[in-house]
Design a protein around this ligand. Structure first.
Ligand code: 5RP
Length: 231
């Protein structure tokens, strides 16, 4: 088990470092959330120490904290509504480069930076690559509408469940002050259609399905030895 997680961490590190090396001087970045992105930030920090000039829009409090620790200058979408590059992790990636994201409940802001970016670099380990998206889709919704949102998701064939906090009683509250519903779908035949369907439910803020960025997405698949790049 320890060996297994060491191998996964090495793969994540390789993907994160590869992405950090794609950053060019003067770029404004979108910075996702999660362990693979943190490896990217670790490497970027070293490049900044060596003279690289960049700034980044963080997608969570956690990423903002890590960025400060790594001396990565922060900015906002208000000051930089157009980004050169967004770098983010994912929970699943299919052959069309559609994604499931949101394990860390940061997918709403992650979708905003992905939309604002000229290019999206997705950093993952091999275990995230799937033939077809399936399983848990995180959905951020306003607390007021959680019950009707879950009823609608059932009518789409999903099995929804409100995400509970750890080290906190009751539901997870996102950085935007909302709830997360994790909705299980056995097989997702048409992720684009499902993303659009979920987006139309009143009270839904964003789902973790990312199907609209495939044309500008490059996937870096980390491996203990080297990276595979899917464009
Ligand atoms: C957070 C996310 C993460 O990017 C995704 O869960 C991957 O995380 P990790 O790199 O830790 O495996 O979507 O909301």
């Amino acid at each position: 088990m320890a060996e297994h997680s060491e191998a996964i961490n090495a793969a994540k590190r390789a993907a994160g470092y590869h992405a950090a090396d794609m950053v060019e001087d003067g770029m404004v970045l979108g910075m996702g959330t999660g362990s693979t992105v943190f490896y990217m930030m670790e490497r970027l920090s070293g490049r900044i120490r060596d003279g690289l000039s960049v700034s980044g829009v963080p997608t969570s409090y956690q990423t903002a904290i890590r960025a400060r620790e790594n001396n990565i200058p922060l900015t906002t979408l208000d000051d930089n509504p157009m980004l050169d590059l967004a770098i983010d992790g994912a929970d699943q990636v299919d052959p069309a480069r559609c994604l499931i994201k949101g394990r860390g409940a940061a997918h709403t802001r992650e979708k905003c930076v992905a939309a604002a970016a000229f290019q999206l670099i997705v950093v993952v380990d091999e275990a995230k690559i799937v033939k077809r998206l399936s399983g848990m889709v995180p959905i951020e919704c306003i607390p007021f509408a959680a019950t009707p949102v879950m009823n609608q998701l059932r009518s789409f064939g999903g099995v929804p469940r409100l995400r509970d906090g750890t080290k906190k009683d009751g539901p997870v509250i996102t950085d935007n002050g909302n709830f997360i519903v994790d909705c299980r779908f056995d097989e997702i035949d048409n992720p684009t259609e499902l993303e659009a369907l979920i987006a139309m439910v009143p009270g839904v803020v964003e789902s973790g399905l990312f199907t609209g960025f495939t044309d500008k997405t490059t996937v870096i698949v980390g491996n203990e030895k080297k990276c595979r790049v899917i464009t």
